[in-house]
Write a protein that binds this ligand. Structure first.
Ligand code: ADP
Ligand code: ZN
Ligand code: ZN
Length: 732
């Protein structure tokens, strides 16, 4: 009989830890905190992590089951990392079992223990090196490979050959068979020599680099606030070089998977590093390999999206988060964490600096600068000759519009193309048009499962709901009055693309949105085409606003800004200002002056004018003042109880019970607002309501939730609904 118990974080939505017995005849020394186990949980087999080994339990032995399997011999995660995951579970009031499961890549979560893959590397053998070139004359492909390998300064992997557009596999094989080429298996190490840029950092960059480099030995948060094209990436590169040559690792977090290849390529050119990449476009094996390599110290750079923030680092040196304001850093379902806040905690735990880079800092980060918690470093100017773009509003009132495009905008586009330069048009929505309407009776195509209209996708010939994904064929006649008088209302990227193609029939028009980039490499091929130069038009959604460098774009048009001016979300103005600034940053990145034209029916709008006349910094300052007066985040702390169910009454019943519960909790510093319907009451067939919990301080909010949640869990009415807590929600 064993005399110890395993306290296990099981991957379930319950807010507690579970006690299990060890496997029969196993010894206490077999178990360590941080090992994964399989347990039977109800009728299911679930993965869990040992959080503690204790000598007592509140349950009787008879109630306890032994674990089914001990997966790891050595702990998969260290005590330090466990500390971070526990902090996150506590701060977000999310079950620790789910937090831990989330921290693992899928294969590890499934209980697998992948070994780190070795890469085959090729080099000329002694014999191969001394080969007489003439003897290969008859086999030009072997000769080609021979030259390639001779010029390489170290063994190469398969990627090295992938630029060749002929079949190199069989000649390589024969050369190995002849003993001219050796193929060896080794840990993946970088082999090429990096390039150095021809320029020195400018004074602002140098100051930033020096300040951060001086602080590498401890925790500090830097907000690198630099306009688009001011050389932030250059600052990252020099710091990374510094950190990896000291034998330490760098974690770099990026917002969008579409950006990763470009940045990865830039890093590869500049750094001799063992770099691994992790984003949702990669397969499970690749993601698990990246995770393991960083953890084991076999990689020194990890470039990844949101969830990469959980990857353990063996020799942590620096964390960088690029485009820190980007909302994709907040997970919007399940475990609703902010990767930015977790990254900051992680840096604190590791005692290393973190750099948050952006051209449009989030109000949260600016607030932290004001409070003295973050240190701001400013790169005020664009590098090497590029000037700030000239931003203007186009008053659309009483103008003749051609599918929402004004004559002045069309004229400006025409002139730009005549100069053989390029144009970006930004449109808020993908698809052809957001509404299909009947001219004869006013019928509108609605989603049956959501409170939303179906979007016309002309290319796919479908009506689609952007909220639940449901698809219908586009009807020929009105389902309500049977007339054939259906017409599209409003605009999306497809419609702008079509309108421009008919206006400028000789100019290539490309579209970038989630539909057009669904296929692998689609994004890259558009980008390649843009870089070839020549007059071109790019139409796209905010995907276009992120980080790309298009040197020949001199005009950016923003077609429909007005919707953003009248949102009920208090963050809408911040988002819009960031978007305008980011999109504007695409214009005129090199010697040529960029112009930005914004179509609006509200040219007097104060926010738009502050932004355009005085820039983002001034806008952000005013927006922060407004937040303070209105007692909104970041000055106040919020949490949202979100509830949904197919049965609307079930939601209301649960919320009534919740309110009653709340009235029994002593919490003088807490305000409760609601319950109210979510901005979209019905989505995917489920009714959604929410309750806002607010406090001027963080701590009372935490204590309140700590009391509330266990009680909520026990409510009978909770079983008929899905509910979750969103701490620091970013969409209300
Ligand atoms: P950001 O990340 O702020 O948008 P980048 O680092 O991508 O800016 O820099 C924009 C361009 O300017 C890049 O082509 C980069 O190589 C170049 N660049 C960066 N720093 C300098 C510098 N000090 N002098 C000249 N060119 C620079
Ligand atoms: Zn009709
Ligand atoms: Zn829907």
């Amino acid at each position: 009989m064993s005399d110890f118990y395993l306290n296990i974080a099981v991957d379930t939505p319950l807010h507690r830890i579970f006690d299990y017995l060890p496997i029969k005849n196993s010894a206490r020394s077999d178990y360590q905190i941080g090992q994964r186990v399989f347990v039977s949980f109800g009728r299911l087999k679930k993965i869990g992590v040992i959080l503690n080994i204790s000598s007592s339990t509140e349950l009787s032995r008879k109630q306890l089951k032994p674990i089914s399997q001990l997966i790891d011999r050595q702990p998969l995660i260290s005590l330090d990392d466990l500390k971070l995951y526990k902090w996150a579970a506590n701060y977000y009031h999310h079950p620790i079992g789910e937090v831990l499961a989330q921290a693992f890549p899928k294969q590890l979560r499934a209980g697998l223990t992948p070994t780190i893959e070795l890469t085959t590397r090729y080099a000329l053998s002694k014999h191969g090196l001394t080969l007489d070139e003439n003897s290969l004359k008859r086999s030009p492909r072997q000769l080609g490979l021979w030259h390639q390998l001779k010029n390489a300064d170290a063994p190469v992997d398969r990627d090295f050959f992938s630029t060749l557009d002929w079949n190199w596999r069989s000649p390589l094989k024969s050369m190995i068979e002849k003993g001219w080429v050796t193929a060896s298996q080794e840990h993946n190490t970088a082999t090429h020599s990096p390039t150095t840029p021809l320029f020195d950092p400018n004074p602002a960059q140098q100051t930033a680099i020096d300040s951060i480099a001086k602080a590498l030995e401890g925790f500090q948060v830097f907000l690198l606030d630099g306009v688009t094209g001011s050389g932030k990436t250059e600052v990252y590169l020099r710091l990374i070089q510094h950190v990896i040559s000291a034998g330490k690792q760098v974690l770099i977090l990026l917002p969008e998977i579409t950006l990763t290849p470009q940045l990865a390529q830039r890093f590869r050119q500049r750094l001799t590093a063992q770099m691994v990449i992790s984003h949702s476009g990669l397969n499970d094996t690749q993601r698990a390999q990246a995770w393991l390599r960083l953890k084991e110290g076999l990689a020194n750079i990890l470039l990844g999206t949101r969830s990469a923030v959980f990857t353990p680092m063996r020799t942590p040196g620096l964390i960088i988060m690029d485009e820190e304001h980007d909302i994709s850093f907040k997970q919007q379902e399940g475990f609703r964490y902010s990767a930015r806040d977790i990254a900051v905690m992680r840096a604190r735990d590791y005692s290393i600096p973190i750099v948050l880079g952006t051209a449009t800092p989030s109000l949260e980060s600016l607030y932290n600068v004001q409070q003295g918690r973050f240190k701001q470093l400013v790169l005020p100017e664009r590098t090497a000759g590029a000037s700030h773009p000239d931003i203007r509003l186009l008053d659309c009132r009483n103008q003749t519009l051609d599918n929402h495009l004004s004559q002045s905008l069309l004229k400006a586009i025409g002139k730009t193309l005549e100069r053989n330069e390029q144009v970006i048009l930004f449109v808020n929505r993908r698809g052809f048009a957001p509404v299909l309407m009947c001219h004869s009776c006013g019928w509108v195509a609605q989603c049956r499962r959501c409170d939303s209209r179906l979007v016309i996708h002309k290319n796919a010939n479908l009506l689609r709901c952007h909220h639940c994904g449901v698809e219908h064929a586009i009807p020929n006649t009105c389902p309500s009055c049977q007339q054939a008088e259906l017409f599209p209302l409003g605009l999306g990227t497809e419609r702008v693309e079509e309108t421009l193609s008919s206006h400028f029939p000789d100019t290539p028009v490309s579209r970038i949105d989630r539909d057009s980039t669904r296929q692998k490499n689609a994004m890259q091929s558009v980008i390649d085409k843009v870089h070839e130069g020549g007059a071109q038009i790019l139409v796209g959604t905010q995907m276009l606003a992120k980080g790309h460098h298009f040197p020949n774009v001199t005009l950016v048009g923003i077609v429909d800004i007005d919707a953003g001016l009248f949102s009920c979300d208090f963050r809408a103005s911040e988002r819009m200002a960031q978007l305008i600034t980011q999109v504007a940053g695409r214009a005129g990145r090199e010697e040529k002056l960029g112009r930005v034209l914004i179509q609006t029916h509200h040219p007097e709008h104060p926010l738009l004018n502050t932004l355009i006349t005085h820039g983002y910094t001034r806008f952000a300052k005013e927006a922060l003042d407004e937040r303070q007066q209105a007692q909104l985040p970041p000055y106040h702390y919020q949490a949202l109880l979100r509830v949904n169910a197919i049965n609307e009454q079930a939601v209301l019943n649960f919320l009534n019970d919740a309110k009653e519960l709340i009235s029994t909790i002593q919490a003088p510093l807490i305000q409760i607002l609601g319950p109210v319907p979510a901005p979209m009451l019905k989505r995917a067939g489920r009714f959604r309501y929410q309750l806002l919990i607010e406090s001027a301080q963080r701590k009372p909010r935490h204590q309140f939730l700590q009391q509330l949640l266990p009680k909520l869990e026990k409510l009978k009415s909770s079983r008929k609904v899905r509910w979750s807590i969103d701490v620091d929600p970013i969409d209300l």
